[in-house]
Design a protein around this ligand. Structure first.
Ligand code: UT7
Length: 377
């Protein structure tokens, strides 16, 4: 039986701390006028010490699961698109899986720069339409403030932190994700990269002193690539779904630069009202930017049932991705019954302490029964 992948839940999380352009002008040689006229950004959110890519992912995911009224124990798959994972390993997706108590779910991170979330959405929709899975959680989350060089005005004014998530559900009704286009051109890898910290350049005193653990970008060349690829990927995704730009209700583009978004809108002959922008308040949040924008578009009623959306991203790799969506969820979303909210709350509380409780139990058993560590296996 043919299955379709529908977005049935969405959620976002942004840190409370706001960093304005004026704040930045106290830190580096820049101004609100330069940043706003060149990028469209007014302010961005910065994670506190307690906030990380995993904590923000979990908060966005809990919201998406609440909207979808889905129990995390029923999830089959969790993908986190990120370039600022909690650790090199284990994956942030595994940490999210544990925190949600989604014990049945396969979990992995996907690194495709700022295209990460749209890439992950495309892959998850294939996993559902193939019949392999029924429920997937797709997250885009970043703590870019931790890899930005706060003395480099060319990059530090651009980026911000946050997370967004969607729940995808397999369903026999036509609609949901209609098509996806995923692309890469590795020859542009050096245009946007974090050189240090991997196997090529492990952390050393020299690598840290030379700023190799900061994000490096050739802004002008990425700009040229972005302006072309947004139009091309959007057209390809629409064509694959048997549609054209005239059929588009709303374009939800990666929020990197207002000028790039405007040039894509011109290329596709779209009105301003057909393009969603929230870049002014969050800056470029990489993998988080498209799901954050999607959530705000839905919350502000810019998306209605049966609307045709294209979610499009580009970024490090170089990569690009576009997904066509027929929005199929009735709005507004009905509140779930209280008992279900309570069960979910209890599950999250238990998941938060489960690992520590089990470790303590093993510690106790080892002492009581004189078990050797290998007996655990
Ligand atoms: O998310 C995926 C990846 N990232 C992107 O999509 C970013 C794509 N690129 C861009 O958005 C733009 O290239 C930037 C916003 C990064 C830069 O804008 P631009 O119009 O391309 O500026 P530019 O790099 O050509 O720099 C123009 C001038 C330079 O001065 P000179 O050399 O002309 O004297 C820069 O040094 O602006 C200077 N400049 C600044 N001045 C004040 C660069 N950054 C700043 C700053 N404040 N923050």
């Amino acid at each position: 039986m043919t299955q379709y992948a529908h977005i049935v839940g969405w959620g976002k999380y942004v840190p409370e701390r706001v960093l304005t352009n004026d704040d930045l002008s106290q830190m580096v040689n820049t101004s609100d006028e330069w940043i706003h006229s060149r990028t469209g950004i007014r302010e961005r959110r910065i994670a506190s010490e307690q906030e990380t890519t995993a904590t923000m992912s979990v908060a966005a995911a809990q919201e998406a699961l609440r909207v979808a009224d889905v129990d995390p124990a029923n999830l089959d798959l969790i993908i986190v698109g990120t370039i600022t994972p909690e650790y090199l390993f284990p994956s942030t997706a595994c940490l999210v899986q544990d925190a949600l108590g989604a014990r049945r779910a396969a979990a992995f991170d996907l690194s495709a720069g700022c295209s990460g979330f749209v890439y992950a959405l495309g892959m998850a929709s294939h996993a559902l339409t193939s019949g392999a899975y029924q429920l997937a959680l797709v997250i885009g989350a970043e703590t870019l403030s931790r890899i930005v060089d706060w003395t480099d005005r060319r990059t530090c004014v651009l980026f911000g932190d946050g997370a967004g998530a969607v729940v995808l559900q397999a369903n026999k009704h036509p609609g949901g994700i209609l098509s996806s286009v995923l692309g890469a051109d590795g020859s542009g890898g050096e245009l946007l990269m974090l050189p240090g910290g991997g196997s090529r350049l492990p952390p050393t005193l020299d690598s840290v002193t030379n700023g190799m653990h900061y994000l490096h970008m050739d802004g002008r060349r990425v700009y040229r690539f972005a302006s072309k690829i947004m139009v091309r990927a959007t057209r390809q995704a629409l064509e694959k779904a048997g549609l054209s730009p005239q059929d588009l209700s709303l374009l939800i583009p990666h929020q990197a630069n207002q000028r790039i978004i405007d040039s894509a809108a011109r290329g596709l002959k779209l009105e301003d009202s057909q393009v969603f922008v929230n870049l002014d308040r969050y800056g470029n949040t990489s993998s988080a930017s498209v799901p954050l924008a999607l959530c705000e578009a839905v919350e502000s009623r810019r998306v209605e049932r049966d609307d045709t959306l294209v979610l499009v991203g580009f970024g490090a790799g170089l990569t690009w991705a576009a997904v066509t969506v027929r929005w199929s969820v009735p709005l507004p979303v009905a509140a779930p019954p209280r008992w279900r909210v309570a069960v979910r709350w209890a599950r999250y509380r238990w998941s938060a302490v489960r690992r520590r409780a089990l470790n303590f139990l093993w510690w106790l058993l080892e002492r009581l029964l004189f078990l050797r560590p290998e007996d655990k296996d």
